[in-house]
Design a protein around this ligand. Structure first.
Ligand code: GDP
Ligand code: MG
Length: 333
């Protein structure tokens, strides 16, 4: 329902009004832009692409399935048990359309099996950074196409969840190297995996140590300080940064707690409830990733990471030559 607020309806146009917004002579309807945008977004839906990185067995597939409350990631334990660890890092993208409240999201989960599992993990982030750049290149080609699509399909990685092993000691060299290299091209969100395997004290100490190490190595994870828009943004993001990396627990098993069925894991201390903020930080991560920062993740990807790629490409090339419709396989003519 539209609420009409007339300001000063008795006044006659043109009589002594400086064009200040507070003295509109009647309702124009500017505020309906929100409803118009909502309708368009609902019709079009949107793309969200999330990459998961960390060595095998850290609960990556389980966590992503817990986040989206469905089997969006294959090869989790629930999907037919063990799968072989590949000899090199593989990139596997699987898409699903998830709909909620009439809004459609095309979710793509990009899994990276084999990462960190080799004897020699030197440069094992190469296939990952190659994949990320390839998606930027694809988008750029579509953008400079003469007959470009009205809406370019977005396969760019909006967020990379990096799983840290709950060792209680410190980050591994590989963790540091990966995040250092990749934080320049993609939004990295570090998380501490399987945090139910640590006591609350161990967990807090480990979080503190990891945060310090990230800082020492100058690793800029998302939400990056430098991209805070204003004070309100900064205050909100400061709180999130102080709570990172979130120590999470994932599960696809339900337990009966106080007469309610909840997702959880049975441990020596009892049932750890995945969505209970007193038990772990899964809910914090979900709220941050989906309920408060999903749009911002997309914007930072487009305005910062993609823009950097694009500027570099156009510079290197002395201006990218437009690709005519004939040369592309996927013309929409
Ligand atoms: P991935 O290889 O990183 O994708 O790991 P999976 O999601 O396949 O999980 C590997 C194993 O760890 C499975 O047996 C899961 O049930 C278990 N697991 C997943 N998440 C957690 C967690 O948060 N805590 C504990 N203790 N185990 C977990
Ligand atoms: Mg997996």
């Amino acid at each position: 329902k539209v609420k009409i607020c007339r300001s000063a309806p008795e006044q006659v146009p043109g009589l002594g009004h400086s064009g200040s917004g507070s003295t509109l002579l009647g309702y124009i309807g500017i505020d309906t832009i929100i409803e118009q945008m909502r309708k368009k977004t609902m019709k079009a839906g949107f793309d969200f692409n999330i990459m998961i990185v960390g060595h095998s067995g850290l609960g990556k597939s389980t966590l992503v399935n817990t986040l989206f409350k469905s089997q969006v990631s294959r090869w989790s334990s629930g999907w037919g048990g063990e799968h072989k660890i590949p000899k090199t890092v593989e990139i596997k993208a699987v898409s699903h359309v998830i709909e909620e409240g009439g809004v459609k999201m095309k979710l793509t989960v990009i899994d990276t099996p084999g990462f960190g599992d080799q004897i020699n993990n030197e440069n094992c982030w190469d296939p990952i950074s190659k994949y990320i750049n390839e998606q930027y290149e694809k988008f750029l080609k579509e953008e400079v196409n003469i007959a470009r699509k009205k809406r370019i399909p977005d396969t760019r990685v909006h967020c990379c969840l990096y799983f840290i092993s709950p060792t209680g000691h410190s980050l591994r060299q590989l963790d540091i190297e990966f995040m250092k290299h990749l934080s320049r091209v993609v939004n990295i969100i570090p998380v501490i995996a399987k945090s139910d395997t640590m006591t609350p004290d161990e967990k807090n100490e480990f979080k503190h140590r990891v945060r310090k190490e990230l800082e020492t190595h100058g690793i800029e994870y998302y939400p990056q300080n430098e991209f805070d828009d204003d004070m309100e943004d900064k205050n909100e993001n400061d709180k999130i940064r102080e709570a990172m990396p979130f120590a999470v627990v994932g599960s696809d098993k339900e337990f009966q707690v106080n007469g309610k069925r909840v997702l959880g894991r049975k441990t020596a201390w009892g049932v750890v409830e995945v969505e209970n903020p007193n038990h772990c930080e899964f809910a914090l991560l979900r709220d941050f990733l989906i309920r408060s920062h999903l749009q911002d993740l997309k914007e930072v990807t487009h305005n910062i990471h993609y823009e950097t790629y694009r500027a570099r490409r156009l510079n290197d090339n002395g201006g990218l030559h437009p690709i005519s419709a004939n040369n592309t396989q996927e013309s929409n003519l």
